[in-house]
Write a protein that binds this ligand. Structure first.
Ligand SMILES: [Zn+2]
Length: 329
């Protein structure tokens, strides 16, 4: 039995809903078609023939499972990476990033000599009279950390991107994390604390309170609204969503029209433009990466660049967007 299959079964035994990621990528392996192409059976008819979509389009969150037979079938032959759908797993994962060398450190963190999400979180805990409870934790390939907490009963959190604090994202419904055991470019995500997840600390319950979504929202509607990461912006979800989708459509059209030889540069420009949406909190970096990789998949298939190169190019574009925005502010 492969290590990835063993890990996926172990997560499922903990009640965590898993789904396959493309090998060497953070991108979900399934579904192979967009929601928009599903009902019509369009885009090569893939949507129409996918049995998971018989009762409407099923994205990775709906397909994520704790069923050991389904997990064995998926991982038996292919070394898929492992995604954990945080919402259905009853988890809130705090994603602590590290400051990227060369980019400016915003105040007040610069004054405090703080340059990573873990230190920002410690500071926020102290400022709010709480503590960062030790819990199940994973080190990411970028040197960041994922802290896995149990979501409070009856609360459906969405994702947040930087609204709690600098270099801090949170993932719940509409979000997922790359699980330990997965490798990206030969670098593994590693468990650094294997204890069972602790309850979400009270200071985080307080800080996330503003971003809470009504629990009556349907799963599909919620996943859709969470995609835009509008948490805390106060704007109506639908209009923000439409704005984001319009920007993506325009940028992806430009990307798809890029001539051979200019595709990597086009991807970088596209990522720099979409990175501004991330900086403005209109979508999470995670979702932006996901959508960009999906848009670039034709170029990847055509060997214009590899999946790994695409991720590096997109990150570079995001970096540009972040540094540009800060210098203007
Ligand atoms: Zn579908």
């Amino acid at each position: 039995m492969s290590d990835l299959l063993t890990a996926a079964l172990d997560y499922a035994a903990r009640g965590w809903h898993v789904f396959p990621l493309h090998p060497d990528s953070k991108r979900p392996a399934r579904p192979s078609h967009r929601a928009a192409d599903c009902a019509s059976g369009g885009f090569g008819g893939q949507g129409g023939t996918d049995p998971h979509c018989r009762d409407g389009h099923a994205g990775w969150e709906q397909r994520a499972t704790i069923d050991s037979d389904r997990i064995r079938r998926a991982w038996m032959r292919t070394p898929y990476g492992i995604g954990i759908a945080t919402g259905p797993s009853g988890l809130v994962v705090v994603d602590l990033d590290v400051h990227k060398a060369g980019s400016e450190i915003p105040e007040p963190w610069n004054r405090f000599g703080i340059a990573n999400g873990g230190e920002v979180l410690d500071h926020l805990a102290g400022a709010n009279g709480g503590t960062v409870t030790p819990t199940f934790a994973v080190r990411t390939t970028s040197g960041g950390h994922h802290l896995y907490y149990r979501a409070p009963e009856g609360v459906r959190y969405g994702n947040t991107a930087g609204s709690i604090g600098w270099l801090i994202d949170t993932r719940a419904y509409g979000g997922y994390v790359v699980a330990a055991g997965t490798q990206i470019n030969h670098q593994p995500y590693e468990v650094i604390d294997d204890r069972a997840p602790a309850a979400l600390p009270m200071f985080l319950v307080d800080l996330l309170g503003r971003d809470r979504r009504p629990s009556s929202t349907t799963a599909v509607g919620l996943a859709r609204s969470m995609r835009t990461g509008t948490a805390g912006s106060g704007e109506p979800v639908q209009s923000t969503n439409a704005y984001v989708e319009a920007v993506l459509k325009k940028e992806f059209a430009t990307l798809h029209a890029a001539p051979e030889g200019g595709r990597n540069l086009a991807l970088w420009c596209c990522a720099a433009a979409i990175g501004k949406l991330v900086v403005r909190g209109l979508m999470t970096e995670h979702d932006a990466m996901d959508r960009l990789l999906e848009a670039a998949s034709g170029h990847i298939t055509a060997d214009a660049y590899s999946s790994y190169q695409a991720e590096a190019t997109i990150r570079s574009g995001f970096h540009r967007a972040a540094s540009r925005t800060r210098s203007v502010a």
